[in-house]
Every structure is written in structure tokens, then in C-alpha cells.
Design a protein around this ligand. Structure first.
Ligand code: PGA
Length: 248
């Protein structure tokens, strides 16, 4: 089945109001790439000014809390980012798993909270290098999906991103065969959990995607787009990825 490609950026803890100027050319490229959805996750403080600056581009958060409100100092809820202008959020990113000790259960609760608030969700999974070397990549990803994907997930609000941790920010990527294998396994696992709705859920690949390798990576079966960190920080690097997706 044909799924629209999604090219999503993630600024992580980078950017400033001045850097929002990069979004002008990104929004223009997104507008001309008719068959492609484009989205950009930015730090909480930049959501409102980004959403105001480029109303045509989907702006999102990089994380949300799993509660709607309450005594959680320093945290931000899904409703808050929605009010600021976000239309989606990433949850379960491997940097949050590594730095904040987040688990797949946390990602599940955050995905549910984001859905309650009307946000689209990009939920991340992916093995470490040690897990891959031990031959456990497939089992790790299957277990993460089983624990983190909500029962009511469907393509209208839910996207999965496979991001092997060792490929993030390293300039290394898995082989296309390995990506195809994990994406097929991820799709099969989704089908077990949510039935036919799995066919409409996009599965992104993430980890060192660039303008140079995007055409190859995006052409892999069951790869429905990319989640891009470093190469999303400037229009010069991000626009070629959007264009590669549009050419497929
Ligand atoms: P990268 O990050 O593109 O810089 O490897 C990807 C991600 O963390 O989503």
C-alpha cells in the first residue's frame, strides 16, 4: 500500500530565534514537494515562534510529559505544546532513553498523553551497538514496539521511527538489507498489535540521514520517510532530503 513519505527534522538542544530563519526555505521546499509531508521538531521555547513564522510547516515538540498537568517541575505537557502551536511530538527518542532513563513504558504513556491532546506522535525505537553485535537487534526492537505502541495506534496519528542508536550522529548507517529487515519485522509486529491499521502506519528510518544517502535509504521497502537530526539544522542540508523524498 502506498504511504505518503514523511521527512521529519529534530533540532534536539540546538537552535535559537535567529536560527528560525532556516525554516523559511524549508517551508518553501515542503510546499513544492507535493507528495511529501515535512515536519520539524524544535526545542519547547521555539515552538511558538516557529509555528508563527512558518504556519504551513508542521512544527512539533521533541518530548512531552505523560500527565496532562500537575506538580512536575520543569516538565511540559502535550496540551501545552499543542497550545504553543505544535501539531506533533517525538516520544521515546534514544537520547531521552539514554540521558533521562526513559523506558518503553514511558514512551507508551507519553504517546497516549500526546494522542489525548490531539498531537500526532513519532515514537522511536532502536537497538544499541552492543545489542546489534550480540545479534539481538530484531528482538530488542520487537520488544520496544510491543511495550510502547498504544493499542489504538493508527496511521492518522501515529508514526514509528526506527533509529539504531549507534547510527545517530555518527555518520554510520546500517546496510539497506539490515534496514529492510528491521522495517519488515517492525511492520509485522505492528500488525500483530493493531491489525490492518499497521498498513497505514509510517515507519521512518533515522540515524545519519543526509542529502547524499537519503535517496538510497528512502527507497528501501517499508521505509516511509526519515527522522533527521544533524542535517535538519540548516535548509542547505535538509532541503535535499525533502527533494530526494519527492523524487521517489
Ligand atoms: P542524526 O540524528 O540524523 O543526527 O543521526 C537522528 C535522530 O536522532 O533523530
Amino acid at each position: 500500500m502506498a504511504r505518503r513519505k514523511l521527512v521529519a527534522g529534530n533540532w534536539k538542544m540546538n537552535g535559537s530565534r535567529a536560527a528560525l530563519a532556516e525554516l523559511d526555505a524549508i517551508a518553501a521546499a515542503a510546499k513544492s514537494a507535493k507528495g511529501v509531508d515535512v515536519a520539524m521538531a524544535v526545542p519547547f521555547t521555539l515552538i511558538a515562534p516557529a509555528a508563527e513564522r512558518v504556519p504551513g510547516l508542521a512544527i512539533g515538540a521533541e518530548d512531552v510529559h505523560d500527565r496532562d498537568s500537575g506538580a512536575h517541575t520543569g516538565c511540559v505537557s502535550a496540551g501545552m505544546v499543542k497550545e504553543a502551536g505544535a501539531s506533533f511530538t517525538i516520544v521515546g527518542h534514544s537520547e531521552r532513553r539514554a540521558d533521562q532513563g526513559e523506558t518503553s513504558q514511558d514512551a507508551w504513556a507519553k504517546a497516549a498523553a500526546a494522542h489525548r491532546s490531539g498531537l500526532h506522535v513519532i515514537l522511536c525505537c532502536g537497538e544499541t551497538e552492543a545489542e546489534r553485535n550480540a545479534g539481538r537487534a530484531e528482538r530488542v526492537v520487537q520488544a520496544q514496539i510491543e511495550k510502547s505502541v498504544p493499542d489504538n495506534a493508527d496511521g492518522s496519528w501515529f508514526t514509528l521511527a526506527y533509529e539504531p542508536r549507534w547510527a545517530i550522529g555518527t555518520g554510520r548507517t546500517p546496510t539497506v538489507e539490515d534496514i529492510a529487515s528491521i522495517h519488515a519485522i517492525a511492520r509485522a509486529k505492528l500488525r500483530m498489535l493493531i491489525g490492518d491499521a499497521a498498513d497505514e502506519v509510517r515507519i521512518l528510518y533515522g540515524g545519519s540521514v543526509t542529502g547524499e544517502n537519503a535517496a538510497t535509504l528512502l527507497a528501501v521497502e517499508n521505509v516511509d520517510g526519515a527522522l533527521v537530526g544533524g542535517a535538519s539544522l540548516t535548509a542547505e542540508k535538509f532541503v535535499p532530503i525533502i527533494e530526494a523524498a519527492a523524487r521517489l
